[in-house]
Design a protein around this ligand. Structure first.
Ligand SMILES: Cc1cc2nc3c(=O)[nH]c(=O)nc-3n(C[C@H](O)[C@H](O)[C@H](O)COP(=O)(O)O)c2cc1C
Length: 320
């Protein structure tokens, strides 16, 4: 599929995940064939006010391509001011967050709060397209709540105003992350617009990706939580879709990937911050393994990479 002129290959992209899918994680997912990447959400207002943290979130390398910068905003004016500030980071597209359910985002009229006003979504996309040198995409949910499933209307208006692709997470804001994901609404959006539609929600392996493709007729599947502690999910989905068998990494490889990931986090963020952030990933990488409770306790106490290497070696020994 194509987003504007940008070719997207493969079977599954990585969704934006604030606090998780940073440059280190995106690069690890790229190694396993993820199709496309998006930064953690960045506040348009924060950018306009010169917030340094917002700038750091937009750093993209050639190892994670095609890649978009995701912005959240509540007005056409803010998006129009923010997009020119993203240009120096070289995004392949700009994605507008219309799905975040977090109260700190929605209380300012951003994220999924926008779904209550599809016309405003259209004006935001129009303003973005007007100033953006790269394609503009949107990421929406099913709607604000069960009484207001505005996804189809929002998608149609966004496409009419120039959105080049639409990611749909099949849950309302009210549901947050609770099941079920509504695949029907993704199919309805697919039928309502002619631009590519990316299906999102609860894809955790090749079979659930294939189910998403078959039921919704989406152009691409996007994976979030299913990649936590298992970035090889992208290779698994690719194999499944091609009718090939996939051998997931064994315990030794799994720990080697975790250590490579941890080393990247520390390299990009410095060891002090990096180790803090590594702990949650380490716990995800070790889910389902023997000796979990004790391991979790020790992992939550690591202060350097050498300690993580020692724990990884013990895990490999224990789980052979
Ligand atoms: C920790 C976390 C952070 C997230 N951050 C973002 C974000 O920055 N932007 C966004 O559009 N969605 C964000 N989401 C939503 C995901 O992109 C995705 O739509 C959702 O997790 C459903 O997909 P999944 O079932 O594959 O996880 C986040 C979700 C989680 C769990």
């Amino acid at each position: 599929m194509k987003i504007g002129g940008v070719e997207i290959c493969g079977y599954a992209s990585l969704v934006p995940l604030a606090g998780v899918a940073d440059r280190a994680f995106r690069e690890i997912c790229a190694e396993f064939g993820a199709s496309m990447f998006t930064t953690e959400m960045v506040s348009a207002k924060g950018l306009i006010y010169g917030d340094r943290k917002s700038e750091e979130l937009m750093f993209l390398t050639q190892k994670e391509r095609p890649a978009g910068i995701q912005l959240f905003c509540s007005s056409p004016e803010d998006i129009a001011k923010a997009i020119p500030l993203t240009e120096k980071f070289g995004p392949d597209f700009i994605d507008i967050n219309m799905g975040c359910p977090a109260p700190k985002v929605t209380k300012n009229g951003c994220g999924s709060a926008l779904l209550r006003d599809p016309e405003l979504c259209g004006r935001i996309v129009a303003a973005a397209v007007k100033v953006s040198p790269v394609p503009v995409t949107v990421k929406i949910r099913k709607g604000w709540d069960a009484q207001h499933p505005t996804a189809v209307e929002t998608a149609r208006i966004c496409a009419e105003n120039g959105a080049a692709a639409i990611t749909v997470h099949g849950r309302t804001r009210e549901q947050m992350y609770a099941p079920p994901t509504d695949l029907d609404v993704i199919r309805q959006v697919r039928e309502a617009v002619s631009v590519p539609v990316i299906g999102n929600g609860d894809v955790t392996d090749g079979a659930s990706a294939e189910h998403m493709y078959r039921v919704t007729d989406c152009d691409l599947v996007a994976v979030g939580r299913g990649a936590l502690g298992s970035p090889w999910i992208f290779a698994g989905i690719t194999a499944y879709m091609k009718g090939e068998t996939y051998q997931a990494p064994d315990i030794g490889e799994r720990m080697a990937i975790m250590l490579r990931h941890a080393a990247k986090i520390c390299e990009y963020k410095g060891e002090r911050i990096g180790i803090n952030e590594t702990r949650k990933h380490a716990i995800w990488y070790t889910k389902g393994l023997r000796g979990k409770a004790e391991l979790r306790r020790r992992m939550s106490e690591i202060t350097n990479l050498a300690q993580l290497e020692n724990i990884a070696a013990e895990i490999v020994e224990m789980n052979r």
